[in-house]
Design a protein around this ligand. Structure first.
Ligand code: DX5
Ligand code: ZN
Length: 215
């Protein structure tokens, strides 16, 4: 069964308590928390303070996706805020291996996120050191965009790389996941589905989560 990670970016921020209650009562597995700095991506979202509130609101895994420059400067703050998984972008990290070591030394699981244009082959020499690859299936910065179909090829190639090395790295797909394309995404080899609009713009978010979970 896939891991379902609703992206709180699409939640109603005036009603976060009820959004969290809905997720907690749903079959959602993780909270996907999108941190944006207005530099690495053209949008600004939220930082450790809000992650800390989400941490208090749930026992589910807090999966924090950093879309920021110089993520090493903030890793400790996100650990203190309660992140379980911390993902950094390969494009923002000239010393990626150091960033991954730092995240693991802080006691979190480590993820690497890759933009649509970045080949999965560039992960070859970091794969054995990480827990998760967050494959962006849209250009990061905004919820509600359309899935880039070429991502399916990238999922298949990454799946092969992971299986060849007998690793347990999870493949997370982030951006434009819908009830229509989720099946093909899973068949290509994904483990984790991030879903923002598909969950929070649904008339029945809990049913949307259940539908994704049952694929
Ligand atoms: C985009 C974020 C995504 C986004 C997903 O930069 O990383 O997590 O919120 O939202 P949807 O599912 O609406 O594309
Ligand atoms: Zn994300």
């Amino acid at each position: 069964m896939p891991i379902i990670a609703p992206s709180l970016l699409s939640a109603d921020f005036l009603n976060l308590a009820s959004e969290c209650n809905m997720l907690n009562e749903s079959q959602a597995d993780w909270y996907h928390l999108d941190v944006m700095d207005g530099r690495f991506v053209p949008n600004i979202s939220f930082g450790p303070m809000l992650v800390e509130f989400f941490r208090k609101a749930t026992k589910k895994t807090c999966d924090v996706h950093l879309m920021i420059e110089n993520p090493g400067q903030y890793a400790e703050a996100f650990k203190k805020a309660g992140a379980d998984i911390l993902s950094v972008h390969i494009e923002a990290c000239p010393h990626l291996h150091r960033n991954i070591q730092q995240i693991k030394n802080l006691g979190m699981q480590a993820g690497v996120a890759v933009n649509p244009h970045t080949p999965v082959e560039s992960l070859k020499d970091i794969l054995e050191d990480i827990d998760l690859v967050c494959l962006m299936s849209v250009n990061p910065g905004f919820g509600g965009q359309s899935f880039i179909p070429h991502t399916l090829n990238k999922i298949k190639r990454l799946r092969e790389m992971i299986d060849e090395q007998s690793l347990k790295v999870k493949i997370e797909i982030d951006g434009g996941v819908t009830l229509d394309n989720a099946k093909a995404i899973l068949e290509a080899g994904a483990d984790v589905l991030v879903a923002g609009n598909t969950v929070f713009r649904s008339a029945d978010p809990r049913a949307a989560i259940a539908a994704l979970k049952s694929l």
